[in-house]
Ligand binder design. Structure first.
Ligand SMILES: Cc1cc2nc3c(=O)[nH]c(=O)nc-3n(C[C@H](O)[C@H](O)[C@H](O)COP(=O)(O)O)c2cc1C
Length: 214
């Protein structure tokens, strides 16, 4: 499918068909897209909780605002996008070790400078915990965008969800104890015939208003 076509086809599903499920194989593909998502200085400041709605929706439903319940109950999977509450020394060493293992560095001298630059940049964005968390969240939203676009490209419908109680979600999934914090949620599945949003035309501000060419 052409990229413009995918962008037009993707829309926020409001109602899902419970009888149609995303295959495990397609789920794996979408998780790979999440894993390959770019992040500033390759910080990968995330963790994704994958909820199988057929078996485990009750674990998260109390944290989902009422108007969003149907986006969870009838979809196949719900992904909870989480940031790490801290990017500590052990974690940054772990990232560096992984990059070494993955063969990212051709010359040993690059290793130290990469590590130094990453720590410097993360330091700039960690003046306060709030600043760090907001910077990490930006990386998560990039992953969310890629995820939804990729899903649409293989005919899977999705719903981005901010309408949930993050504190409650963290409690229900024991995220705080794991050094995580939920930021945004997305469900995937196949839309129901009565999903009124499926037929609603897109509404976007005109090109002239949102692009400037210099
Ligand atoms: C970060 C984010 C959070 C959103 N949260 C919700 C939500 O909680 N519930 C919902 O039904 N739609 C939610 N939406 C969907 C938006 O309303 C929708 O993307 C927008 O109206 C544009 O429509 P489209 O996605 O169909 O093109 C969210 C979208 C984004 C990007």
């Amino acid at each position: 499918m052409d990229i413009v076509e995918i962008s037009e086809k993707r829309y926020t599903a409001k109602r899902y068909d419970k009888n149609k499920s995303v295959s495990r194989e397609d789920l794996e593909k979408l998780l790979t897209v999440l894993r390959n998502s770019p992040s500033s200085v390759n910080s990968q400041p995330w963790h994704f909780v994958v909820v199988n709605n057929a078996t485990s929706q009750n674990k998260i439903l109390p944290a989902i605002l009422d108007f969003n319940h149907a986006r969870i109950t009838d979809s196949t999977y719900t992904i909870i996008f989480c940031i790490k509450t801290s990017l500590d020394n052990d974690y940054l060493t772990h990232i560096l070790d992984t990059e070494i293992q993955d063969g990212r560095f051709t010359k040993p001298e690059i290793i130290q400078s990469m590590d130094k630059d990453r720590r410097y940049f993360i330091g700039l964005n960690s003046i306060t915990n709030e600043k760090l968390h907001s910077w990490e969240s930006c990386q998560l939203y990039l992953a969310l965008g890629q995820f939804m676009f990729a899903a649409a490209s293989i005919g899977i419908d999705s719903t981005p969800i901010e309408g949930f109680d993050a504190q409650k979600m963290d409690e229900l999934l024991g995220l705080k104890e794991k050094g995580l914090k939920s930021i945004v949620v997305a469900s995937i599945g196949y839309h129901a015939d009565n999903d009124s949003n499926a037929k609603r035309p897109k509404s976007r501000l005109p090109k002239e208003e949102i692009f400037t060419f210099v």
